[in-house]
Design a binder for this molecule. Structure first.
Ligand SMILES: Cc1cc2nc3c(=O)[nH]c(=O)nc-3n(C[C@H](O)[C@H](O)[C@H](O)COP(=O)(O)OP(=O)(O)OC[C@H]3O[C@@H](n4cnc5c(N)ncnc54)[C@H](O)[C@@H]3O)c2cc1C
Length: 444
């Protein structure tokens, strides 16, 4: 890098990928500006305050294999703010809850038949065979397994019982995906995670997940309420057009890190070639509608997470109980249950309809969690783009990206869709984008 001139980089988006990229660039001596269209930082890490409860409406936890995220947390001095979530998870079947996590508890429940459990061994053997391709920090290595969907794999190698009661509930409850739109490669990676991390610990922050992006943003020049509308390439720089509090504004930079969801990229970069445009347009996102219901008593806290098979409910995919997650966040004698759905149809409904439909499913499948007359309030949340789908073809796209076939010039991209659909994936992609850009800035 030229010693007499400090390069300037614009980071578009103050989600965790953008903040991580900005953090690494700043550490390397680059002058950075982060432009964020919202009035808060964090993007899909968002903690709402509803009736005195801190509610993590987006990301709810981090896990102990999030090595890059934990490293950031240590550097920020935030480790004492981490709270371990002791909770267990269960899948509901015929009104009964079957503990499936942590440990290999699934093997000892009656969730699926013994015949199905034996069949699962086959998947584990195949997974072991492909272990080298299944890397939590480099999903693109699994591209050779990206040949059919999880549903197609289950139909040819397993049975309906396993598809509907073991595979679909976590896919929909955790990622808001369906087995039909999830690559078999993702199934193998998830199983490897599940198997190697049977004693995995998960954490949240004492005052909600927003603590992480807020601590990072406090050390970075973040400009809120700035919506980028386009990026134009000049001979040796980039012109970034943005709306700043309703006024048109231009920023000039030597490099750009774009961390918006993939769907927005083609509108921001009109000069993408056909291959690049197709790459970003091929990424699809799942939807999430959720309600947080305040309850005037403590709910059973044996399980933190409950998952519901689609063949037994209409809309409900997952429920989490706040007192099982972080009792410190819950006032005595009260509780909060958070119900989520992946239904596109529900997303379009009004608040009352959403509440009624999700509660009807809960009453049917896990009645002991029904707030009944103790319901105190209900907050409704909608994510039109919750998580990028890792569908058939996505791992091949990741391979093309890793091979450098998509980016050009000093414009780099980051976000969970380019690594893995978790905070750790967004953090890793932000780190890697900063490293790539630093190399390209060396020529300035
Ligand atoms: C309901 C839900 C639950 C989840 N649960 C978990 C969990 O428990 N654990 C976990 O690890 N992960 C979880 N995730 C996933 C995790 O939240 C995401 O993977 C991660 O936060 C994505 O970060 P990102 O920076 O890639 O994208 P984002 O957070 O989406 O950031 C992109 C940013 O770009 C901004 N932006 C967009 N367009 C413009 C523009 N034109 N100009 C300026 N700024 C713009 C957006 O406002 C946003 O702030 C969950 C996600 C959701 C939605």
């Amino acid at each position: 890098m030229n010693e007499t001139r400090t390069p300037t980089v614009i980071v578009i988006g103050a989600g965790i990928a953008g903040l991580t990229a900005a953090w690494h660039l700043t550490q390397a001596g680059v002058r950075v500006k982060v432009l964020e269209k919202n009035v808060t930082v964090g993007g899909r890490i968002y903690t709402d305050i509803c009736n005195d409860f801190e509610i993590d409406v987006g990301a709810q936890f981090i896990a102990d294999y999030y090595t890059h995220t934990l490293d950031l947390i240590h550097k920020l001095g935030l480790q004492s703010e981490l709270v371990s979530i002791p909770g267990k998870a269960a899948i509901s079947r015929d009104g009964q809850l079957h503990r499936v996590w942590p440990d290999l508890h699934l093997l000892f429940t009656s969730l699926v038949s013994w015949r199905s459990k034996v069949m699962l061994l086959k998947v584990f053997l195949q997974m072991l065979y492909h272990q080298r391709e299944l890397d939590f920090h480099a999903f693109h290595k699994a591209h050779t397994l990206d040949i059919c969907s999880t549903a197609e794999y289950a139909q040819s190698e397993l049975n309906e019982d396993l598809l509907e009661y073991c595979l679909q509930p976590p896919l929909t409850g955790v990622f808001y995906w369906t087995p039909e739109h999830t690559s078999q490669a993702m199934l193998f990676i998830s199983l490897k995670m599940g198997l190697s991390l049977t004693d995995m610990k998960i954490y949240t922050f004492r005052q909600g997940m927003r603590q992480l992006p807020e601590a990072m943003a406090a050390q970075l020049p973040v400009h809120l309420n700035v919506t980028v509308s386009s990026v134009a390439t000049e001979s040796s720089s980039y012109t970034i057009q943005a709306q700043v509090e309703g006024q048109e504004h231009q920023f000039i930079a030597d490099g750009v890190v774009c961390t918006t969801p993939a769907t927005i990229v083609p509108t921001l970069f009109p000069n993408l070639d056909a291959r690049q445009r197709e790459f970003f347009q091929s990424v699809h996102y799942s939807a999430n509608t959720a309600i947080a219901i305040g309850v005037g008593r403590r709910l059973p806290s044996d399980f933190y997470g409950l998952l519901f098979p689609r063949c037994e409910v209409n809309y409900l995919a997952a429920a989490t109980v706040q007192s099982a997650r972080n009792p410190a966040q819950v006032p005595p004698g009260r509780d909060l249950i958070f119900l989520g759905s992946a239904s596109q149809e529900l997303l379009a409904q009004d608040d009352t309809t959403i509440r009624n439909r999700l509660l009807a499913d809960l009453r049917k499948s896990a009645p002991i969690y029904d707030p009944g007359s103790d319901e105190q309030f209900c907050c409704v949340y909608r994510w039109h783009q919750a998580l990028p789908e890792f569908n058939v073809g996505h791992f091949k796209r990741l391979k093309a990206f890793a091979d450098g076939e998509i980016e050009s010039g000093r414009i780099v991209f980051a976000g969970d869709y380019l690594n893995s659909p978790f905070i750790e994936g967004a953090v890793t992609s932000g780190m890697e984008a900063a490293q790539r850009l630093l190399k390209r800035l060396e020529g300035l």
